[in-house]
Design a protein around this ligand. Structure first.
Ligand code: BG6
Length: 488
């Protein structure tokens, strides 16, 4: 692949609502700091934080420094910090705060980042309606984009009252991940895989976003969300769209998004019978004891919010009709793993009659999005010896050994793309609406939640969903074993 040096964005200011919140501290401030370190912030431009906290510029700089020290992949470099800190300013939020920012904002362009809970979107958009009229502004907004189809449509209308779609950047941070972008190169940069990527040879596909952490202190927020809205509607559907889409006509943002939206529109509406929901009870996950979801502050003692969801999905396109896609996501599972597994069809066994081979594992292609990023292909080989005995073996590509660089964080890539106006990795309005439309039947009639202990693979009820040999086992170590001939 040809790599070009990234451009320095034109002069612009960034205004971050929710600047002392979790997202800002963990992701945005470290990402902006790292962009400074790479020389990828505009030559001139302020970063103005807004929140309800009573901070001033210096308090915000202290908060940012602590956030960078704790969460940045690089740690603090004093030279970078000296350049970065003077960009940072803070104002306490109020109804008319935007009218008092002009003295801080002098660049010809600006971007507003809504790093706030969805309930704050509406009032902020109303404030922005006034402010952005004066100047060319963009808006960055974080998922969830609404909580169902009607609310997503309302949100899209409210956004368009402030700026046109070309200046809305809807973030699904999964699209900022290197391994997710690599799906496109893997699929469309290799004749070999392109030819086997369809219903002719694929039996079914499994997409997993498993986490070993619980909901922790996000109880109140999570109660309004649940796994379907938090992860399925966005991260998993985006992975599904990238897995199923046809080749775009170019690398242009809209060419890619046109192909994704075709897939999202082809998802057969998902009925309650195709979904298993679960909720974790006390147990041990991620190396520590976890209380049950219902014991978390802010969570109702009889809550039916799902912390796990497994779905059977059909994509009714020419390429994929008849191939089931099994999607699952959960909190407090046995491990943290995001992967896409394509299971290929069985071979006819006639050829092996009279040998010791009674059954053969189907070929399997596993795209490991995280951790242990890489791709492996499992296939059958003859075990050395006089008998015809097969063993499943694996060919493996691992980012860690093939590329010796540390990839940029998703948010670095995404923030830079916003500043240079590149929409490729952002969700378009029709994508989010199509995704909600597919989930509409199940959101209207949610099936019951099944308990599962923290640290397990999810509820028993989900196990039967996938035909034998079932779900790709989450407790198996995904990484290649040392040496080249790793068992499959
Ligand atoms: C977020 C969800 O979008 O993604 C969180 O709201 C989840 O609940 C997170 O923990 C997972 O992101 P990652 O990058 O750690 O897989």
């Amino acid at each position: 692949m040809v790599t070009a040096a990234l451009p320095v964005p034109p002069e612009q200011d960034l205004v971050v609502f929710g600047a002392s919140g979790d997202l800002a501290r963990r992701k945005l401030l470290p990402a902006l700091y790292n962009l400074e370190g790479s020389g990828l912030l505009p030559d001139r431009g302020s970063i103005v934080g807004l929140s309800l906290d009573p901070l001033d510029d210096s308090g915000f700089r202290d908060l940012a420094r602590a956030a960078v020290a704790e969460f940045s992949r690089t740690g603090i470099d004093e030279g970078t910090w000296e350049r970065f800190a003077p960009r940072l300013h803070f104002r306490q939020s109020s109804d008319d705060v935007l009218h008092h920012l002009e003295e801080l904002l002098s660049a010809p362009q600006r971007v507003y980042y809504l790093a706030v809970p969805p309930s704050a979107f509406d009032p902020l958009l109303q404030q922005l309606r006034q402010a952005s009229a004066q100047r060319r502004a963009g808006i960055i907004i974080e998922k969830p984009f609404g909580h169902d189809l009607p609310s997503a449509r309302r949100l899209n209308r409210a956004l368009h009252h402030v700026v046109p779609e070309e200046r809305v950047f809807r973030i699904d941070h999964y699209l900022g991940k290197e391994t997710v972008q690599n799906l496109l190169v893997f699929r469309f940069g290799n004749t070999l895989f392109q030819r086997i990527w369809n219903r002719d040879v694929v039996d079914h596909v499994q997409l997993t976003v498993a986490e070993d952490i619980g909901v922790d202190d996000r109880g109140r927020l999570y109660e309004e969300t649940g796994a379907i809205r938090d992860v399925v509607q966005n991260h998993l559907f985006q992975l599904l769209a990238l897995t199923c889409m046809g080749a775009p006509t170019s690398f242009e943002a809209d060419a890619l998004r046109d192909e994704k939206v075709k897939v999202l529109r082809a998802i057969r509406p998902i009925e309650p019978a195709d979904v298993v929901r679960g909720q974790y009870t006390a147990g041990r996950a991620g190396g520590q004891p976890l209380r049950g979801y219902r014991q978390i502050p802010g969570v109702a003692h009889d809550s039916t919010t799902e912390t796990y969801a497994a779905l059977q999905v059909h994509v009714d396109t020419w390429e994929w009709a008849g191939v089931p896609f099994f999607l699952r996501t959960g909190k407090a599972l046995v491990t943290r793993r995001t992967e896409i597994v394509l299971r290929f069809r069985d071979v006819p066994l006639h050829f092996f009659q009279g040998t010791d081979i009674a059954r053969l594992d189907p070929n399997r292609l596993t795209v490991r999005i995280q951790p242990e990023e890489g791709i492996s292909l499992s296939f059958n080989a003859k075990e050395p010896g006089p008998q015809v005995v097969e063993q499943s073996v694996r060919m493996d590509f691992a980012y860690g050994t093939s590329f010796r660089t540390q990839p940029a964080e998703a948010y670095e890539r995404l923030l830079h793309d916003v500043m240079v106006g590149d929409h490729t990795l952002f969700i378009r309005e029709d994508e989010t609406e199509a995704a909600w439309a597919a989930l509409d039947p199940v959101l209207q009639r949610l099936p019951p939640v099944h308990p599962y202990p923290a640290g397990s693979q999810g509820p028993e009820a989900a196990a039967a969903m996938v035909p034998p040999p079932g779900w790709h086992d989450l407790s198996h170590h995904a990484a290649p074993l040392p040496g080249s001939a790793a068992p499959g």
